[in-house]
Ligand binder design. Structure first.
Ligand SMILES: [Zn+2]
Ligand SMILES: [Zn+2]
Length: 232
């Protein structure tokens, strides 16, 4: 059951174990009653009933929670990140999701950041190769979205650093990706996604808070932030 993470095999094992326990209890109570002439059938029966119910619920929970969506194993997440980042040409990754539909049925999706100055055909070729590597390594369907990142423009780099500092000042756990800049005469738009931890409370006010802090430094900078939850 553990080797292929199969809840069904575990359920079958639990069932067999329960049969052994229940039969033993019934047998023991019969022998006890026969030896001492005190009937414990009622107690034994109640015990068996409660035990079967408890065990049924735990099997149900193990089967249903992956379908309702549970956080992927941390080892797997780390391993996938390392696999993708091991390739030259991949600057970073984000929005990694492991969609699990039961044992052996996984879809891994992620965004891979590549340099916008790299040839698009080459970047796509690289992405395709990584997809195939993930399919082979994790026995899963892989879907990688390609995000171009401007790594050459010094102004963009400086602005990104500035926004990262603003976010860190609000909360250390906030991260940013897909940072783009639209330069204009009277104002400049900073467009980016912010990833907040799964249980982050102040998501609603975050956009305003970021804008307020950015304006403290430069009133011509406008932020267009998309807030998203971390799935890992
Ligand atoms: Zn993206
Ligand atoms: Zn492709």
């Amino acid at each position: 059951g553990n080797r292929i993470h199969s809840a069904t095999l575990w359920a079958a094992a639990t069932d067999s174990r329960n049969d052994v326990i229940c039969t033993s209890v019934v047998l023991a109570s019969t022998v006890f009653g026969w030896l001492t002439e005190i009937s414990v059938d009622g107690y034994a029966g109640t015990f068996v009933a409660v035990f079967i119910m408890w065990s049924g619920f735990s099997v149900l929970r193990d089967t249903i929670s992956p379908l309702l969506g549970q956080a992927p194993e941390q080892d797997l997440v780390r391993d996938i990140k390392e696999t993708v980042l091991a390739h030259d040409g991949i600057i970073g990754i984000h929005d990694l999701i492991v969609h699990s539909y039961g044992p052996g049925n996984r879809i891994i999706s992620l965004h891979a950041e590549v340099s916008s100055s790299e040839d698009m055909m080459r970047s796509h070729d690289l992405i395709d190769r990584i997809e195939r590597e993930i399919m082979g390594k994790y026995n899963a369907v892989a879907c990688i979205h390609m995000d171009p990142v401007d790594t050459d423009d010094e102004r963009v780099k400086a602005l990104r650093l500035f926004v990262e500092e603003v976010l860190a000042a609000i909360d250390q756990s906030l991260t940013l990706h897909d940072f783009r800049v639209v330069f204009g005469e009277t104002h400049t738009n900073l467009i980016f996604d912010v990833v907040v931890p799964f249980h982050y409370k102040k998501t609603k006010d975050l956009c305003e808070e970021v804008q307020r802090r950015v304006w403290d430094t430069d009133p011509q900078l406008f932020t267009v932030a998309t807030i998203e939850n971390s799935y890992t």
